[in-house]
Design a binder for this molecule. Structure first.
Ligand SMILES: Cc1cc2nc3c(=O)[nH]c(=O)nc-3n(C[C@H](O)[C@H](O)[C@H](O)COP(=O)(O)OP(=O)(O)OC[C@H]3O[C@@H](n4cnc5c(N)ncnc54)[C@H](O)[C@@H]3O)c2cc1C
Length: 687
């Protein structure tokens, strides 16, 4: 037994206010090769991997179970480890645990639902890459795994400090019900998600945005039972509004939606009638402060019941819903992150940079909601329906080993959501499958560090060879072909898009376009566009052509005449004078009157106005992109405009570069062959 002086702990913890002479008895524990702090996805994988390297491992977890946000945080959905064909992008322990949980009936690996666009395990079109969990069973299974692997676990034990000597941590200080413990360690893995240990050890850390240190909102996730999943699913298929934005807008207008977020997010559970609700966004919560976290719990529990009332009253399928559980641990998406020597940047991702120390990949997008506007994704251009990224990146994001190496402590590694990255890069990296990949790499690297190698000097080829041997995917060549999400029925990626707008001068930033689309953009950039006489211009035979038209604009009314296409994408651009478009998503019922020979249906609807100035263009995609062209918000006027028709079934507008897709476009569908062989009625319809 050793006395931990409050003065020592206080200085380590930077709590200068509590400096004094109170001494706390601390139980000295036997030395460990590796102490893993935090038993979330990163910590569990790190502990297993280190033990498999023959090291003695103690895993210290503040909560009462393993799994971190997936279990204690109620977020029962491991993301980022599979592609949208359901193939593995993260291998190793993540793949092993996913298959084991599925085999034990504790997880579902979703499949594309027959004949449907959405599936209730994510509600994004054709999105199946998550692993859906039963949190309680996963926690139990992780207990079993640790016991089989011979990893020692301490629950309800929180790491509260460290002792350091010569730039290394010598002891981890933890606190449990029975007091303080002093644990000697050769290697320390900080998998607290909050970089607690790095912070205690005096390593430089950063919090949130540079400008105000605010972080992305936290959530208190809850699970409901007695939900009529079919009613919910049918409504989403019908309206194509899985986030229920229009309904929430209406509730806001009526004063019945008191929250700062305006999207609904749910994931179906393993039981037919169970749903996880991940809608709540608690702004301005500091995940590292007790007072702020307490506010998060108080606000969160109140909002969970408020949301339940609203869902019961207004949302399809929730009439009889019951609260099944509210997460016992606050869901913190972002807090501290280490400020390492190396930092992965947005520019790296934009450039598709490759790294010699890549330990794995994430298959996930930019996702870090704005700290103050919780439904806004700063890296996504929402004006076009939320599908265009402001900074394009590869569909898979590489994870260099160096993001886990803090400065100023040579035997500490920091996997998980507190890594050394430019803030927005947390989006793709913070989800749980890549966190497990990081944890596994740290566990493997621990072997070298336990023998005296500094964390920044680890022999990378040796570490990578061992990861490969363990089935981890560290080489790009070992990745499955990763495509943008496609409709399995038609092979059509563009169908999920609705409306996109852009500037003609910036067209060149849209890379990796199908050649037909590239030609259309080239036409739009013609320097003589303003002088072209009205008429039709061939671009690519019956697959793509342009029309210069003179039109008299009608006033934008509350209800306008809309059109939507199936076989052709419309690009529209005013040449002289502004033009207002109504934009809307069509009710699927309108397709009952679809005219296949003309490739459109006309219908009356209410939509949002989009006003384009000359130099701007809008793209309206088939099926989703209903538009009412030729309108004006300031009275009748005559303008000249350009309309380009692009055959859609193989003319993909791919939002993210993807060599595999560009090289292997799907075979034209029957519909497209039909369209290519028939003469289209190309007479401008509305003038
Ligand atoms: C509301 C919400 C929804 C999300 N949705 C998804 C999703 O659907 N799919 C997905 O893959 N990802 C999702 N994420 C992201 C993901 O859950 C986290 O980024 C990920 O779990 C981070 O893993 P981690 O191991 O770094 O940390 P965590 O999962 O946070 O685990 C950290 C563990 O360390 C313990 N701990 C903390 N401090 C200490 C300490 N001082 N001493 C001892 N133990 C400590 C904690 O109790 C916890 O168990 C979501 C996150 C949130 C908050």
């Amino acid at each position: 037994m050793k006395m931990i002086s409050c003065v020592i702990v206080a200085s380590i913890l930077s709590f200068s206010a509590v400096a004094g002479d109170v001494n706390f008895p601390a139980r000295d524990m036997p030395p460990r090769d590796v102490v893993v702090c935090g038993g979330g996805p990163a910590g569990c994988a790190a502990a297993i991997a280190a033990r498999r390297s023959g090291l003695g491992v103690l895993l210290v977890e503040a909560q009462s179970r393993l799994g971190g946000t997936a279990t204690s945080g109620g977020v029962s959905h491991w993301l980022g480890g599979r592609n949208d064909a359901g193939e593995w992008v993260v291998g190793g322990i993540f793949r092993e645990l996913s298959l084991r949980t599925e085999k034990n009936g504790a997880a579902i690996l979703p499949k594309h639902p027959d004949g449907k666009t959405y599936q209730p395990y994510a509600w994004l079109p054709w999105f199946i890459h998550g692993v859906v969990l039963d949190s309680d069973r996963v926690a139990m299974m992780l207990d079993e795994v640790m016991s089989e692997e011979d990893v020692e676990v301490l629950f309800e034990t929180r790491v509260v400090g460290v002792e350091k000597s010569g730039g290394r941590i010598t002891h981890v200080i933890a606190h449990a019900k029975d007091g303080f413990r002093r644990i000697p360690a050769k290697v320390v893995i900080d998998a607290t998600g909050d970089a607690d240990v790095a912070n205690f050890a005096g390593c430089p850390v950063l919090v949130g945005r540079d400008c105000d240190h605010l972080t992305t909102p936290a959530s208190l996730t809850f699970h409901l039972s007695h939900v009529d999943g079919k009613a919910l699913w049918d409504e989403i298929e019908r309206t194509r509004e899985p986030k229920f934005r229009p309904l929430i807008e209406e509730l806001k207008r009526k004063g019945e939606w008191p929250f700062p977020y305006d999207i609904f997010i749910s994931v179906k559970g393993l039981a037919e009638d169970e749903v996880m609700i991940n809608t709540m966004r608690l702004t301005e919560i500091d995940g590292t402060g007790a007072e702020s976290r307490t506010k998060g719990y108080v606000r969160g529990r109140r909002e969970a019941y408020q949301l339940l009332d609203i869902l019961r009253k207004h949302f399809p399928g929730f009439k009889n819903a019951q609260m099944k559980s509210i997460a016992p641990m606050l869901g913190v998406r972002e807090s501290r992150r280490i400020d390492g020597e190396f930092k992965l940047t947005v520019e790296d991702l934009r450039n598709g940079a490759a790294f010699p120390d890549t330990i794995g990949y994430s298959m996930y997008g930019w996702d870090l909601p704005d700290p103050k506007k919780p439904s806004v994704q700063p890296m996504v251009d929402e004006t076009g329906g939320g599908f265009v990224n402001k900074a394009k990146k590869q569909l898979v994001t590489p994870i260099p080993y160096r993001v886990m190496v803090p400065r100023g402590c040579s035997n500490l590694l920091c996997p998980g959501r507190a890594v050394s990255v430019e803030r927005d890069v947390l989006g793709p990296l913070r989800v749980m499958a890549p966190c497990m990949a990081m944890g596994e790499a740290c566990g493997v690297a621990s072997r070298q560090i336990a023998r005296g190698t500094a964390n920044s000097e680890v022999d990378v080829p040796t570490m990578l060879a061992e990861l490969r041997r363990r089935g981890c995917i560290v080489d790009k060549s070992a990745l499955p072909v990763v495509r943008p999400r496609v409709d399995p029925a038609t092979g059509d990626a563009s169908r999920r898009m609705s409306h996109v707008r852009g500037r003609i001068a910036e067209c060149e930033k849209h890379e990796n376009l199908h050649p037909r689309f590239a030609k259309a953009f080239e036409f739009m950039r013609r320097p003589d566009l303003a002088e072209l006489p009205c008429g039709r211009y061939e671009i690519d035979g019956s697959n793509c052509w342009a029309m210069v038209q003179e039109v008299v604009l009608k006033p934008f009314a509350e209800e306008n005449k809309y059109e939507v296409h199936r076989a052709f994408i419309d690009i529209q651009a005013p040449i002289s004078g502004s033009e207002t478009f109504g934009v809307a998503k069509p009710d699927p019922k309108v397709f009952d009157g679809f005219d296949t020979t003309k490739d459109y249906v006309l219908f009356n609807a209410k939509g949002q106005p989009w006003t384009l100035e000359p130099g701007e263009f809008a793209i309206f995609f088939p099926e989703n992109g209903a538009h009412a062209p030729g309108l004006s918000s300031d009275g009748p006027r005559t303008i000249r405009k350009l309309v380009i028709k692009v055959g859609s079934k193989s003319a993909w507008y791919v939002q993210t570069p993807c060599e595999a897709v560009a090289a292997n476009p799907p075979r034209p569908s029957t519909l497209e062959s039909k369209m290519n062989n028939q003469t289209m009625n190309t007479t401008p319809r509305r003038q």
